[in-house]
Write a protein that binds this ligand. Structure first.
Ligand SMILES: [Zn+2]
Length: 325
């Protein structure tokens, strides 16, 4: 049997070559011709070219039908294609040596590059929960696959409990916006964003919460996310955001290990207790104290969203503040 240096037979090679474009087939054919004595051009090459064009001609309508059918059955195929292209761009960027810092103003400061061998990817350390304030998960998927909206999340969970994964957990989605929690001011870089399909005032379905709990369990375990770091969009953006709404079961979540909750029995609060400092220690941005109180009450009180703290609210705050200390 006449074998090439790669171990392929002549006919095996020719069949392979036919699958590629003319130029590639020709180049590979020439390479092989040198090593395994294939018939010389132009007669044999014309035969190869003709076979290639014949197959290409027959395949074209079929390929068109396949591509058209897959696009028709998956309306997000163009978005998935764009996702892949962007992800490839980032992969190229982080694997370049020496590393190129993103941004047009980047400069190479170091004189010498020596790649360490001990590293892995940065990981999320917070989970931010949202409601979509839209009418269906489909509507949200469309919003997050439309470039002009400039918003996204890692996950969207439908009312029926279906979990849609939209972005690799290691990537930065655009869900938090201008926000702050403690001294963390770039929550998008540090968190996973989860959107719950909800019109903004509805009760969250059992199926949706069950799926959320399953997802949170996986995220907490995979990335070792601290219990206290499962919070809501309204927590990190007081005065700007009110999601998830007051129906959200934060207490149930805390019982499963996602987020903190106050004790049932509350001890009296000392007279010198400072609520603003306590809110700040928990993580709230207290630049506008009324907004901070509203966000605190949306999460931990839920029955009354008045921007004033009752004695009972203060007891809850004191109890929680000690847990966050
Ligand atoms: Zn939100």
């Amino acid at each position: 049997m006449n074998k090439s240096i790669t171990g392929k037979t002549k006919s095996g090679f020719i069949n392979d070559a036919l699958l590629y474009n003319n130029r590639e087939a020709k180049m590979t054919y020439r390479k092989l011709n040198r090593s395994c004595n294939l018939p010389t051009e132009p007669i044999y090459w014309i035969f190869v070219q003709n076979r290639f064009l014949m197959i290409k001609h027959r395949l074209s309508p079929l390929l068109f039908i396949i591509i058209f059918a897959s696009c028709a059955s998956n309306p997000y195929a163009p978005a998935n294609k764009l996702y892949k292209r962007q992800a490839k761009g980032f992969a190229k960027s982080i694997s370049s040596i020496p590393p190129i810092t993103a941004g047009k103003d980047s400069i190479i400061i170091a004189e010498n590059w020596v790649g360490t061998v001990n590293f892995n990817l940065r990981k999320p350390n917070y989970v931010i929960i949202h409601h979509t304030a839209q009418n269906s998960a489909e509507q949200t998927l469309k919003t997050f696959t439309t470039v002009s909206t400039q918003v996204s999340a890692h996950y969207v969970i439908g009312r029926d409990g279906k979990i849609n994964h939209m972005l690799n957990d290691y990537m930065r989605s655009w869900h938090a916006g201008v926000s702050r929690w403690g001294n963390e001011t770039d929550l998008n870089s540090a968190s996973i964003g989860i959107e719950l399909d909800n019109n903004g005032s509805e009760i969250f379905s059992e199926a949706q919460i069950n799926s959320l709990l399953k997802l949170l369990g996986s995220l907490k375990k995979t990335y070792n996310i601290p219990t206290a770091n499962f919070i809501g969009h309204s927590d990190i953006a007081p005065g700007r955001k009110v999601d998830p709404n007051a129906n959200f079961p934060w207490k149930t979540l805390s019982q499963k290990g996602f987020g903190l909750w106050h004790d049932e029995i509350l001890e009296p609060t000392p007279l010198n207790f400072n609520p603003a400092n306590a809110l700040r220690i928990i993580g709230y941005d207290v630049k506008n104290i009324e907004s901070a109180i509203r966000s605190f009450k949306l999460h931990f009180i839920q029955t009354d969203l008045n921007p004033a703290l009752t004695e009972s609210d203060i007891n809850v705050l004191f109890n929680l503040y000690k847990k966050y200390m």
